[in-house]
Design a protein around this ligand. Structure first.
Ligand code: PMV
Length: 329
C-alpha cells in the first residue's frame, strides 16, 4: 500500500527516458490521504499478466504499462511467471493528483514481495522510479528528495543511485496540504508527453531547471529551520515556474483552468489576511495549498467558499509505502 506525494520542488523532464532519470532533483511531501492498495499474485498457468484497476479488467496502454513494469521485476528476479495485479486507488486517476506515484510505489512493493526481490526501501525506490518517476518518493513518509544523480551520468550507472531519501525537517514544522479538487477528470495530455514536449520545445525550460536547483538548496535549509513562510514561497514559485515552462512549450501545455486561478486568488487573499498559505499545482487543474496544520480548517473553509464547485480535502504528512497483510490477493 502506498500514499501519493506532492512535490514542493517539481520533477519536470527526463534526461533519460528509458531509465527514467530526471533533469534535476525534486522534493516532495507524502500525504495521509488517497492511498492505493495493490495485490500481486503469481499465476504460473496464465497466458499473460492480468491487471484489475478498481475491480475492472484493464486493457490497452493501462494494462501494458503495468505488464512492462512486471516484466522489469521478473528480469531482476530471474523469474518468468505471469501475475494478476489487483489495484485499488482512492484518488481519481490521471487528474494530477499523483495517482501514478501511489500506484507504482504500491506496485513496486507488492511485486517485489511476490517475485522474491530484495526489498529495502532504497531498492524499492529505484524500482518504483522505473514505473513513474515521482513514485520513487512515495517509498518514504513525510518529506523526501529524489536524487537526479547527474554525477553518475546516465544508463545503468545512474540507475543505481537515482532514488529518493527522506529529508529531515524541524520538529516544530507542522504542515497540512489542503487539496482543492476542481476537476477529477483525466487530463488531456499525459505528464509523460507534456514533459517530453516541454523539454524539446520550451525556451523557458533550461532556465527553470537552473532555478529549481537553487530552489532545492533553499528548500532544504527552510525545512531544517522550520520556516513555513520560506518553504511556502519556494514551493509556490517553483510550481508557477514549472507551469510557465509548459505554457511556453510549442504547442503550449496548459493544465490550469479558470477555477485553478480562482483558487490561487483565494490563496493570495489568505496571505493578505496574515495566514501562511501557498499553492502548488501539478499536471492537472487541481490546486494544493500548503499551510500550518493548525490553520488547515480555516484555509479549507476559505477555499470551499471561493471555489464552491470544488471538493476540498485536508491532508497531513503520511507514511511511506509498505507491505500490508493481504497484499498477495
Ligand atoms: O511521475 P510522473 O511521470 O507522473 O510525473 C509527475 C510530475 C509532477 O507531478 C507534475 C511533478 C512531480 O514532481 O511530482
Amino acid at each position: 500500500m502506498a500514499h501519493p506525494n506532492i512535490a514542493l520542488i517539481k520533477y519536470w523532464g527526463k534526461r533519460d527516458e528509458e531509465w527514467v532519470l530526471p533533469a534535476a532533483d525534486s522534493l516532495s511531501l507524502t500525504l495521509d490521504v488517497f492511498p492505493t492498495t495493490t495485490g500481486v499474485r503469481l499465476a504460473p498457468q496464465a497466458a499473460g499478466d492480468r491487471v484489475l484497476l478498481g475491480g475492472q479488467e484493464a486493457t490497452g496502454p493501462a494494462q501494458a504499462r503495468v505488464a512492462d513494469f512486471l516484466h522489469l521485476v521478473r528480469e531482476l528476479a530471474g523469474r518468468r511467471e505471469p501475475a494478476v495485479v489487483d489495484s485499488r486507488n482512492t484518488v481519481p486517476t490521471g487528474a494530477g493528483l499523483a495517482s501514478s506515484a501511489s500506484g507504482f510505489a504500491a506496485l513496486a512493493v507488492a511485486a517485489a514481495a511476490a517475485y522474491g526481490l530484495a526489498a529495502d526501501p532504497a531498492a524499492l525506490s529505484r524500482l518504483a522510479r522505473r514505473g513513474s518517476g515521482s513514485a520513487c518518493r512515495s517509498l518514504f513518509g513525510g518529506f523526501a528528495q529524489w536524487h537526479a544523480a547527474l554525477d553518475a551520468g546516465g544508463g545503468a550507472a545512474a540507475d543505481r543511485v537515482s532514488l529518493a531519501e527522506p529529508v529531515p525537517a524541524a520538529a516544530g514544522l507542522e504542515v497540512a496540504l489542503v487539496i482543492v479538487v476542481v476537476n477529477a477528470g483525466p487530463k488531456a495530455v499525459s505528464s509523460r508527453a507534456a514533459m517530453r514536449r516541454t523539454v524539446a520545445t520550451s525556451p523557458l525550460y533550461r532556465p527553470w531547471v537552473a532555478s529549481s536547483v537553487q530552489d532545492l538548496t533553499q528548500m532544504r535549509a527552510a525545512l531544517a529551520a522550520g520556516d513555513l513562510n520560506a518553504v511556502g514561497e519556494i514551493t509556490e514559485r517553483n510550481a508557477l515556474g514549472m507551469h510557465a515552462t509548459m505554457l511556453a512549450a510549442r504547442p503550449a501545455v496548459r493544465y490550469l483552468a479558470p477555477a485553478s486561478l480562482t483558487a490561487l486568488d483565494a490563496v493570495l487573499a489568505l496571505r493578505e489576511r496574515g495566514l501562511a498559505a501557498y499553492a502548488t499545482m501539478d499536471a492537472g487543474p487541481n490546486v494544493k495549498v500548503l499551510c500550518a496544520a493548525g490553520q488547515a480548517s480555516q484555509v479549507a473553509a476559505a477555499l470551499r467558499e471561493a471555489v464552491p464547485q470544488a471538493s476540498v480535502v485536508v491532508a497531513r504528512p503520511g507514511p511511506g509505502a509498505r507491505l500490508v497483510a493481504g497484499d498477495g490477493r
